[in-house]
Design a protein around this ligand. Sequence first.
Ligand SMILES: Nc1ncnc2c1ncn2[C@@H]1O[C@H](COP(=O)(O)OP(=O)(O)OP(=O)(O)O)[C@@H](O)[C@H]1O
Ligand SMILES: [Mg+2]
Length: 253
Amino acid sequence: MTVASTDILTCEAMSIGHGEKVIMDNLTFGLAPGKILAVVGPSGCGKSTLMRALGGLDEPLAGTTTLLGVNLVTASRQERAAILRRTGFLFQGSALFSSLTLLENVEMPMQEFLQAPKREIRQLAEYKLALVGLADAMDKLPSEISGGMAKRAGIARAIALDPEVIFLDEPNAGLDPVSSGRLDELILRIRESFGTTVVLVSHEVPSILRIADFCVYLDPEIGTMGAYAPPKTFLQAGNHAKAHAFFTQARLD
Ligand SMILES: Nc1ncnc2c1ncn2[C@@H]1O[C@H](COP(=O)(O)OP(=O)(O)OP(=O)(O)O)[C@@H](O)[C@H]1O
Ligand SMILES: [Mg+2]
């Protein structure tokens, strides 16, 4: 696996984990701008931890990672903050503020980072919510909406500041197939309209096959990535047995 100088996101010989504990070792891959990468693997293998490291929220335990041309390991606090401003996150479980309406949730990052009048921020937030199909639910609280709507509201917040890269942790989890399909279309539409690069964690094979250009399979048994390839590759037997099993739900024994 090699990394290209034009990649918008890279990691080389990267170890991730918590405290002293290494969860995944020797991760090396890159992603070109405007591509969609799916991170897959069994529960607890480190997908969310990898996403946080790639997004610059947590430091890797070893190796390097770059995002938007900046080495996140050696970056200063200011450089890191500037990169954060150009990225968006949907955390596992959406993580909307429960006491704020959807509109207020999307306005939050805008109020923090944009020097714009309140009215303008409101219009921008309304636009983002309309984009994700929530024009009629802007004044609702997170407790008053469905899981699928919460995911879409989370995505509206993630794209509030027109990020160049978005990180989505299990955007399809818990959604019925129709809502999941709609969310896939939304992600593709965002990429098409804004050229956004997307890193997403997913267990949903149909969704990954539909939208991802590449897929990194984390294998907890060997403690590193088992494969990095376009997802369709994993449908064929022979290349990567565990990734193939994951994609075809086949048993290995
Ligand atoms: N903040 C933390 N401190 C210590 N250990 C953690 C922390 N967060 C996660 N872990 C541990 O790191 C490992 C990987 O967790 P992670 O959440 O990255 O897995 P995951 O692949 O996203 O799992 P899931 O599919 O359940 O979301 C797990 O063993 C988990 O218990
Ligand atoms: Mg996770």
